[in-house]
Write a protein that binds this ligand. Structure first.
Ligand code: DAH
Length: 336
């Protein structure tokens, strides 16, 4: 650990731009970083309790120290700005922009659901702990409530971690029966890489009425996916745990590439994991002022960003929020 400390300090002393410090951060603290790997490569089971405790303490001290050192170096580093502006050039020809790929998929999904009689709602980003967690039967000690997963504001509110925050709000506002989807932006405290972003999109949906069952859930999901992928889709449900649904499921669709025979895309399983869903927990209905003895309903949460990646074959999640014109202009508007 002392050697790692020395090496990190030496590297930081050499780095004089923000980008250089960021590279060092990734090398030491990223998913495959030297410090991260240190903990992965140690065999905890071979240690006795005291050694394990001491190891954990030392490791956490090192990690916190390294994070602070990197943050301090970033604060001191120069931000490099490429000022390449020639004010004598004539203005560029004006052109209409294109629709962002997330918006394209969102619009398509909204149209599919509107065709089935669903209302489209929106969502708020700064949310109370109650609507983001407690109202959804997510207990106080649930890991999603930790700083590691969630952006907390100093006033005790959170940047919503999922579109599920709107479930109880919608139920309280509109009552039952209700068929609604509510797409939008969500935030998590993530280490960003090719498939993880701190800012991403989901579409949440609920359907509440008399006698709503899992059969309705499957039918609506099959209709949605068949419309999105323009072919008949076979789906299956596996058990999944989310505190706000009971029973909860992971819905898979049969691999579109190999039709279920097994290929690289589906890791030879024949199935692709698509979305979590389930029957709305009676406690959640009750929070929404709906009588669970009278009404039942289903809910689902679809990863819109992930769906856009699948649909357009985009391998890198960071492109979505990058503002890269070359990326964005590949998507022509699908609507007039
Ligand atoms: N909110 C969950 C998440 O972001 C996803 C989810 C799971 C939504 C099950 C649902 C559901 O509506 O029924 O991880």
């Amino acid at each position: 650990m002392e050697t790692i400390k020395d090496n990190l300090l030496k590297e930081l002393a050499k780095a004089d731009t923000w980008e250089a410090v960021e590279k060092i951060r990734v090398a030491f603290l990223g998913r495959q970083g030297i410090i991260t790997n240190l903990n992965k490569n140690v065999d905890m089971r071979a240690m006795n309790t005291d050694t394990r405790k001491a190891w954990g303490r030392n490791f956490n001290t090192l990690k916190t120290w390294a994070e602070d050192a990197v943050a301090a170096a970033k604060a001191n580093a120069k931000i490099t700005v490429k000022a390449n502006v020639d004010l004598t050039l004539p203005p560029a020809p004006s052109s209409l922009g294109s629709v962002h790929p997330i918006s394209l998929v969102q619009i398509e999904i909204e149209q599919i659901f509107q065709g089935m009689g669903f209302t489209v709602g929106s969502g708020i980003h700064v949310e109370s702990e109650y609507y983001n967690f407690s109202a959804l039967n997510i207990p106080d000690d649930h890991p999603a409530r930790e700083m590691q997963d969630t952006f907390w504001l100093t006033n005790g509110q959170v940047l919503r971690t999922h579109t599920s925050n709107m479930q109880v709000r919608m139920l309280q506002n509109y009552g039952a029966p209700l068929k609604a989807i509510f797409p939008g932006r969500c935030f998590r405290y993530e280490a960003v890489d090719a498939s993880h972003e701190n800012t991403f999109y989901q579409v949440e949906g609920i359907m509440v009425d008399h006698n709503i069952s899992i059969a309705n859930l499957i039918a609506i999901m099959r209709e949605l996916l068949s419309s999105v992928f323009h072919q008949n889709i076979t789906v299956r449900l596996r058990p999944g745990y989310f505190p706000f649904v009971e029973p909860g499921f992971e819905l898979d669709c049969q691999c579109l590439i190999c039709k279920g025979h097994g290929c690289k895309t589906c890791k030879n399983s024949g199935w692709i994991e698509l979305l979590p869903c389930g029957m709305i927990h009676p406690k959640v209905l009750a929070e929404g002022k709906i009588n669970p003895d009278e009404y039942t309903g289903f809910a689902f949460g679809l990863g819109l960003t992930r769906l856009a990646m699948m649909k357009y074959n985009i391998p890198e999640i960071r492109l979505f929020n990058s503002g890269e014109i070359d990326f964005l202009k590949q998507f022509v508007p699908a609507i007039a």
